[in-house]
Design a binder for this molecule. Structure first.
Ligand code: AMP
Length: 406
């Protein structure tokens, strides 16, 4: 199957080629022809499946680039997702001449107001800021022809639904609706039946990251020596792209500082960082300017970072589920990956819970050439694997499903 078979116009095929996509992902293969036909579509797909291009490409084909827009509106729950969608739309628009803008909260109004005044064909927005701009009469949705509700389940979970409903009510009824959601809960289904018109449902099983594709390495180390060990491991292994997880914001900053001082290009991302700091940290990891991103769990959720070669558990997460979420960020799309855990003596109990969860005893390692000066505690060699559950890793934000074994 190639993009040529999906009914996309030549200028969109050019965009696809310049984005480096050679063949469509399953959600693109199934959704693009339906969107081009003008059907309402429900896509059950997570981040990481190629769902953004699955709606961005055909919507550009369906709407004209002309004054009086926006003619396509994409509503998404978080600023990070909004920016990611805008990036894809901007790449596509280079070939189609559509104007793309993104609006989200937590930053000044001025640049967003200016962009809207200049004229927009495709608007990507988070619900709160969009409503603000509508109330200020800066955003006018009366000519919207295509509405995309992205990550509908998260918008419901985050309590955005009343806002989204108000937005929908201002858009002409004859519009085409596309709704994407990682899960199809009864709440999502209710939204689908109240908002969409005879939708076609397209679904992809989450691309799974088999546990065999992730090498899990555990380094017992004294709690005060973790930073030096991390520097040593990064210098010795020379990994391509690393996410280091810490328990707290404070520790994230401290680790980033130590790495930086050791000459390792590092960015940090956590809840105390401003939106622009978070964006520039992500951009620098994506562009390769930084090799290491230090993050806390909360902020790392929902961010799509491709090609992570190594995940480092600088601190163990509070729950075994979070361990699974974290390490599922590596070994995506058929690649292999490494998950490194720095294990302090006080973390052994949590570590054991993780082993129970994943049903495996993990190998412990000594870092070659590292001078350990602090007392370490190596987990007992007699511990046995207790497999209670089987975990299926997903490719996206690290969600996972756990099935009880019979
Ligand atoms: P998404 O699920 O939209 O967040 O996309 C996940 C990642 O897959 C993004 O980095 C895209 O650039 C990439 N991607 C999307 N479609 C394709 C494709 N057909 N071929 C290769 N990569 C793709």
């Amino acid at each position: 199957m190639s993009f040529e078979n999906l009914g996309l116009a030549p200028r969109l095929l050019e965009a696809v080629a310049s984005m480096g996509y050679t063949s469509p992902t399953p959600i693109q293969r199934d959704a693009i022809p339906m969107v081009l036909e003008g059907r309402d579509v429900v896509g059950c797909a997570q981040t990481g499946t190629g769902k953004t291009a699955a709606f961005v490409l055909p919507l550009m084909q369906r709407i004209p680039a002309k004054p009086g827009g926006p003619r396509a509106l994409v509503v998404t729950p978080t600023r990070e997702l909004a920016v990611q969608i805008e990036e894809v739309a901007t790449q596509v628009a280079k070939h189609t001449k559509h104007r793309v803008a993104v609006v989200y909260g937590g930053v000044g109004y001025e640049p967003q107001t200016k962009a809207l005044r200049r004229g927009v064909d495709v608007l990507v927005a988070t619900p709160g800021r969009l409503l603000d701009l509508m109330e200020r009469k800066t955003a006018d949705l009366s000519n919207v022809e295509i509405l995309v509700l992205d990550e509908a389940d998260r918008m419901l979970d985050m309590g955005f639904w009343p806002q989204v409903r108000r937005i929908i009510q201002t858009i002409p009824a004859g519009r085409q609706n596309l709704l994407f959601s990682a899960t199809m809960s009864t709440d999502v289904m209710r939204v689908v039946s109240s908002t969409l018109h005879e939708p076609v449902r397209v679904e992809v099983a989450p691309a799974s990251t088999p546990i065999e594709a992730i090498e899990q390495r555990v380094y017992p180390v004294g709690g005060q020596e973790k930073a030096q060990l991390l520097v040593h491991l990064i210098k010795a292994d020379d990994p391509e792209r690393v996410i280091v997880f810490t328990r707290t914001k404070h520790r994230a900053d401290r680790v980033a500082k130590v790495l930086h001082k050791s000459g390792i290009n590092t960015a940090a991302i956590h809840g105390d960082r401003s939106q622009s700091q978070r964006q520039s940290a992500l951009a620098s990891l994506k562009s390769g300017r930084c090799r290491v991103l230090v993050a806390t769990d909360v902020v790392a959720r929902g961010i799509d970072i491709d090609d992570v070669s190594h995940v480092v558990n600088y601190d163990l997460p509070n729950t075994p589920e979070d361990y699974v979420h974290r390490i599922g960020r590596t070994a995506r799309a058929g690649k292999t990956g490494t998950a490194v855990t720095l294990l302090a003596p006080e973390e052994h109990e949590l570590f054991r819970e993780i082993e129970v969860k994943i049903g495996a005893v993990l190998n412990t390692h000594d870092a070659e050439g590292f001078e350990y000066s602090q007392q370490r505690l190596v987990p007992s060699a007699e511990r046995t694997a207790v497999r209670r559950t089987r975990t299926v890793y997903s490719s996206s934000r690290g969600r996972s499903r756990t099935r009880r074994r019979r």
